[in-house]
Design a protein around this ligand. Structure first.
Ligand code: GLC
Length: 656
């Protein structure tokens, strides 16, 4: 048998010039490595080429991207090549029940002044909790403040000097990986800072770089687009275009005036970003959070979100990454309605070919909605309407994150359960702002839009769940209820399937930061209220104060994470089916794994509830023959065969 030569391996459609260049780039690599590269090209070239037909010369752009991939592949470390092999052998690594995430600002997690090395020093806390994935908030060089918490990047290849260097970032990724933790970083791909060299060159009159952005000489086109464009930051950045004197024109700025949207219709932008992705992958980043990805393609007459080209481009970028660095995964940050969301994991021809992970914004919103209304009908209806996701992908589930909560409740979903969407959204804003009679919550209104009536909400999980007010009242039942709300919320995001991500501080019931306005550049953005530095004194005191809210949340969360990692039912490939249980305010979530069903019960109220035995039997479980993994034994079954749930109790039931 003759060995396969490189000539036999590359697909014929690769432009000859690109093949020649790739051969030169790979020339010094051992034969087995060159073969791996060409095998991957065979596998991924079609997925790279097809979506690029939105550019005039798709083959040429794909060829350029292939050369970038080869260069990154040749420069990839031995460790990371090994990781690539490992991940290729365990393609479901992100879907396993043992995956648990944590998200934090590096400088607010590490001891002040210790930078990325300080993050590494605190890996013990993550391990203790059971975390296997760490999302560090933007840490690449941003423009000077204000910079939207780092989401206005001035250089994708430089780490913020107060945190360290690119080398330190690589070292941190290695330490984390040695501790079983995968590093996730943001890739801000919708916009760059006005100070990024591409934008500076455009401002200096370089027409090549001017084409990296959407620039309009007058208001005609911007006005036409504005007819159908929503506003993301109506309070501090109204409108979607900013006049720039140096450009003598209007530049597209979806977010703040100093965040310039990139023009993805320009293939040079595609190649630049592909190269940034490969650079970060070679530092050891394992997951890229594709920030604000929904906004990357513009089309007049639409809201310029979720356009089909967004998914085409993601597929092409992923193919480039899979060729050079298959250990890298993509996570879509698309905070969009239920009808658009699943496309980020791939629908139709792009099924399973785009992002590997996507945020389940709907689940988060409905958890808070259920806690406020003590009703699960809307959530059960809306969540069961979300189409199944490709079996190779997974949700990122979360209760809180660094952003505000927008009340993404669909009008049709509301109508289906006899609610008015607008009124329910208004109710939730009032409730979580603490304005509603009897509300337990202590949140802040973020970006009130008088035109639409939208009022988003800031606040930490514990504050929104009422831990602050309950602790102040000194009433132990109130405090137990508030702690119960945090824990049942977390039980639900752990029990949904996918990667649950804990927002830093939630694990110790951190309240809103009362000093958030002290930093002048943060003063108009109350999202900083739920972004305080982690209180390590509280972490240190957990063992000594086992009945404190912090310790109860920490112990509860840690124990749920441990229990979950041992239950195969929670593999993300198994679909979660939400349904009302016939006990008011108790949500059921059934997961039918080949080994048998797991039924999650979530009491979203402060009242005792009874889930009927017949209901459980319908799910395939006998109430007398089940184990509650969270309770550590048999559930309490009444003489009427009902399963008793105490206030905010969650149960994970399987056949004994
Ligand atoms: C994402 C981030 C948010 C930021 C925006 C603009 O939505 O989560 O914090 O303001 O993108 O980059």
């Amino acid at each position: 048998m003759t060995a396969l030569g490189e000539h036999d391996l590359h697909p014929p459609e690769v432009p000859g010039q690109a093949v020649e260049t790739v051969r030169e780039v790979l020339a010094d690599l051992p034969a087995h490595r060159r073969r791996t590269f060409w095998l991957r090209v065979q596998r991924w070239w079609p997925e790279l080429l097809e979506p690029l037909d939105l550019y005039p010369d798709a083959r040429q752009v794909a060829g350029r991207a292939l050369v970038l991939a080869a260069t990154a592949f040749a420069g990839r470390s031995e460790d990371l090549h090994l990781l690539d092999e490992r991940r290729t052998l365990e393609p479901d690594w992100l879907q396993r029940p043992s995956m648990t995430g944590y998200a934090a600002y590096a400088e607010r997690f590490a001891e002040p002044g210790t930078g990325l090395a300080g993050v590494a020093q605190r890996v013990g806390h993550l391990r203790h909790l059971g975390v296997t994935y760490l999302h560090l908030m933007p840490l690449l060089l941003p423009r000077p403040a204000p910079n939207d918490g780092g989401y206005a990047v001035a250089d994708y290849r430089t780490v913020r000097p107060d945190l360290g260097t690119a080398e330190d970032l690589g070292d941190l990724a290695t330490v984390l990986r040695d501790n079983g933790v995968s590093l996730c970083l943001d890739l801000v791909l919708n916009h760059v800072a006005r100070e990024h060299p591409w934008a500076s060159a455009a401002r200096a009159g370089d027409s090549h770089y001017r084409d990296y952005f959407h620039v309009f000489a007058d208001r005609r086109e911007p006005d036409a687009y504005e007819e159908t464009l929503p506003e993301v930051f109506p309070t501090f950045a109204p409108g979607n275009f900013t006049y720039d004197e140096e450009l003598s024109g209007w530049v597209w700025t979806t977010f703040n005036a100093w965040q310039w949207d990139l023009n993805w219709a320009n293939p040079d932008v595609f190649c630049e970003m592909a190269d940034v992705i490969l650079y970060l992958a070679n530092l050891g980043v394992e997951i890229l959070r594709l920030d604000a990805i929904a906004f990357t393609w513009k089309r007049q007459g639409t809201n310029c979100q979720n356009q089909p080209e967004v998914h085409a481009l993601t597929q092409a970028l992923r193919a480039v990454a899979r060729i050079a660095a298959p250990a890298l995964a993509f996570k879509a940050e698309a905070i969009v309605g239920p009808d658009d969301l699943v496309s980020y994991l791939g629908r139709g021809v792009r099924h399973g070919k785009v992002s590997d992970l996507a945020y389940h914004n709907g689940l988060m919103v409905h958890i808070w909605s259920m806690l406020a209304s003590r009703d699960v009908a809307l959530a059960a209806h809306a969540l069961s309407r979300i189409p199944a996701i490709p079996s190779s992908t997974a949700w990122i589930t979360y209760l809180r994150c660094h952003d505000d909560i927008g009340w993404a409740i669909d009008d049709r979903d509301a109508a289906a359960v006899q609610l008015n969407g607008f009124e329910h959204r208004s109710f939730l804003s009032e409730f979580y702002a603490g304005e509603f009679e009897g509300s337990f919550a202590d949140g802040l209104v973020f970006q009130h839009n008088p035109d639409t009536g939208d009022r988003r909400i800031s606040g930490s999980a514990a504050s929104l769940a009422g831990v602050g007010a309950a602790a102040q009242s000194g009433e132990s039942v109130r405090l137990s209820d508030a702690v119960g709300r945090v824990l049942v919320g977390y039980a639900l995001i752990l029990g949904w399937g996918g990667i649950p991500v804990i927002w830093s501080g939630d694990e110790i019931a951190t309240l809103n930061d009362s000093d958030w306005q002290r930093v002048p550049q943060h003063a108009d953005d109350n999202r900083w209220a739920h972004r305080p530095a982690l209180d390590w004194d509280v972490v240190a005191s957990l063992d000594g104060a086992p009945t404190s809210a912090a310790a109860r949340v920490f112990d509860g969360l840690r124990s749920m994470i441990r229990i979950r990692s041992g239950l195969v039912h929670f593999h993300a490939a198994v679909r979660a089916r939400p349904l009302p249980t016939s006990a008011p305010g108790v949500l059921g979530v059934t997961r039918r794994h080949p080994v048998g069903p797991l039924v999650g019960l979530y009491n979203m109220t402060e009242y005792e509830r009874y889930v009927p035995g017949w209901w459980l039997r319908e799910q395939g479980l006998d109430p007398y023959q089940v184990t509650d993994h969270l309770g550590g034994g048999s559930p309490v079954v009444t003489e009427h065969e009902d399963i008793l749930l105490t206030a905010y109790q969650a149960a994970w039931l399987t056949a004994r």
